[in-house]
Write a protein that binds this ligand. Structure first.
Ligand code: PEP
Ligand code: MN
Length: 339
């Protein structure tokens, strides 16, 4: 971190600032110019309040040189993290295909979709049991019963399961769930993230609707700071001025994240576009950009789906997508193997 002092800064106040910084364990490199003095800080500045330093009378500007996230940072962990989900792996060249309905609706629906996506090569089954809906009158999910049905589908097909948590008090219900999803709306629910950091369950963390890549990484840091390193990041589109799609899928987030972090990156073109026919091309784009996995909404009867039917693929469409992905995977920006 670099602190630029104001011209004619009060010397006593500068001394106080320097004392404060050394008392926090930082080494100081001072460079005195004709008009300005610059103090370079040596040490871990991730816990230093940049706003507090900036607000001091003697300070003109503060600039971070190092990112404020440590655990998620590729600089301190060069090798890709591989998250192992009951034998199915993601990251470090292991490609993961997650598929299933937006919401678990009933026994026959989830079982039928689970069998179909497994046949097409999916490695994990998705399905919401607790649904974050914009309207309180919309279908809210089957809750505990939804998780029971997912577990039944897991027993029959052998597919690990992923489902979203909205309230930390529900954690005991997730004991046999393989991956816990933190949805876009909860990306900055810091208390939830801290509690999930105390578990050792893999967490799929979705990017918030209006959050930057750095904010996504800071949220991952919350989970990792608690000791849980099993974090998978998910780009699912952000809100922009564009209205032709539900969100604007930020494909460039994939290579950007790969540069900044060692954590695996999944792309969700279903929520990213909101439109059935856009899912296929954007899924291919994500894989070409080097995504470590995809999460795709698939429904046996999209027209009658209780949630997100418009963006859900039929099992046949999913099968065609899976074949297309297999054929382009060897040309992806990152070497990937899909088991
Ligand atoms: C979901 O995956 O079911 C979901 C609600 O997604 P998001 O949090 O990205 O909106
Ligand atoms: Mn959905």
């Amino acid at each position: 971190m670099i602190i630029l002092l104001k011209e004619n800064a009060n010397l006593k106040q500068v001394e106080n600032l320097k004392k404060f910084l050394t008392s926090r364990g930082f080494g100081l490199h001072e460079s005195v110019g004709e008009q300005h003095t610059i103090i370079g800080l040596v040490g871990d500045t991730s816990k230093l309040d940049i706003d507090l330093i900036s607000s001091l009378d003697v300070v003109e500007a503060v600039r971070r040189i190092q990112e404020p996230y440590k655990n998620a940072n590729r600089k301190f962990h060069a090798a890709d993290t591989v998250v192992d989900v009951g034998g199915a792996k993601i990251g470090g060249g292991h490609f993961m295909m997650i598929a299933g309905p937006c919401s678990v609706e009933n026994h026959d629906q989830i079982l039928s979709v689970a069998r179909d996506v497994k046949k097409s090569g999916a490695n994990m089954l998705r399905g919401g049991a607790f649904k974050p809906r914009t309207s309180p009158y919309a279908f809210q999910g089957l809750h505990e019963k939804g998780i029971e049905l997912l577990l039944e589908a897991k027993r029959e097909t052998g597919l690990p399961i992923i489902t979203e948590i909205m309230d930390i008090n529900h954690l005991p219900l997730f004991e046999d769930v393989d991956v816990i999803q933190v949805g876009a709306r909860n990306m900055q629910n810091f208390e939830l993230l801290k509690e999930l950091g105390q578990t050792r369950k893999p967490i799929l963390l979705k990017r918030g609707l209006a959050n930057t890549i750095q904010e996504l990484l800071m949220s991952a840091e919350y989970i990792m700071a608690g000791g849980n390193e099993n974090v998978i990041l998910c780009e699912r589109g952000i809100r922009t001025f564009e209205t032709a799609t539900r969100n604007t899928l930020d494909i460039s987030a994939v290579p950007v994240l790969h540069k900044l972090t060692h954590l695996p990156v999944v792309v969700d073109p279903s929520h990213g576009t909101g439109v059935n026919e856009l899912v296929h091309p954007m899924a291919l784009a994500a894989v070409a950009a080097g995504a470590d996995g995809l999460i795709i909404e698939v429904h046996n009867d999209p027209v009658h789906a209780l949630c997100d039917g418009k963006q859900s693929l039929t099992p046949e469409q999913f099968d065609a997508l899976a074949s297309a992905i297999r054929s382009i995977l060897p040309f992806a920006a990152k070497e990937q193997h899909w088991a």
